[in-house]
Design a binder for this molecule. Sequence first.
Ligand SMILES: Nc1ncnc2c1ncn2[C@@H]1O[C@H](COP(=O)(O)OP(=O)(O)O)[C@@H](O)[C@H]1O
Ligand SMILES: [Mg+2]
Length: 234
Amino acid sequence: MAAATPALRIEGLQKGFASPEGGRVPVVDLPELTLEREAALAVEGESGSGKTTLLHLIAGILPADAGRIEIGGHLMTGLGEAARDRLRARTLGYLFQTFNLLAGLTAYENVLLGMTFRPRAGLAPREAARRALERVGLWDRRHHRPEQLSVGQQQRVAIARALAGQPLLVLADEPTSNLDAARGAQCMDLLEEFCAETRSALLVVTHDPAVATRFARRLVLRAPEPEPAPPGRG
Ligand SMILES: Nc1ncnc2c1ncn2[C@@H]1O[C@H](COP(=O)(O)OP(=O)(O)O)[C@@H](O)[C@H]1O
Ligand SMILES: [Mg+2]
């Protein structure tokens, strides 16, 4: 059998945004990154260094300006929006910084909704949602809506939603930023253990040293240098 393709492979990735003054502000410039299956990586960087943008690019929420992103050997870059949505649903779990739970739905419905877009052979959505909520200790709160749960509990529902489909790769955006130190550590324990059980690779972006030091493999992200101003002035 051929060696398994990595969970994530990035080459020559670039992204910038149009600046209000005209021109383009480079935000992500990542020549190379490989994350093997079931491996873990912390990406550190100050606020504004492009961490969230990088996750949006990997997840296909934003299109790249240049470069390649492969998820489990499948090319994300170059696909249209609908195909990116499908690839994301099949392969990724995403933990948003602000959880993004749907306010009108219960914990169980939020987790189940994540499964709807994640058709995976051998995983019955209701069974998978139940098991994920049991795993994060919230099965008895399954009928609660997000506003009826504590912030820590909301984060655990979001973890259940991201992991229920046993994704190839989990992307987590500053998962502890809304939690105190003790709950942040508990959240990271849960996330790392759950990823090990589902055999998911884990990429966490953070500016919190307490999170980053948990990881053997760390990458520091810096905002790319702004493009030089045109010469001949001053
Ligand atoms: N949609 C956008 N349009 C313009 N600029 C953006 C957009 N999204 C992010 N940026 C800019 O890109 C930079 C990096 O943002 P972000 O990826 O959110 O950083 P981080 O998550 O590391 O704090 C910031 O300067 C931000 O203002
Ligand atoms: Mg961010």
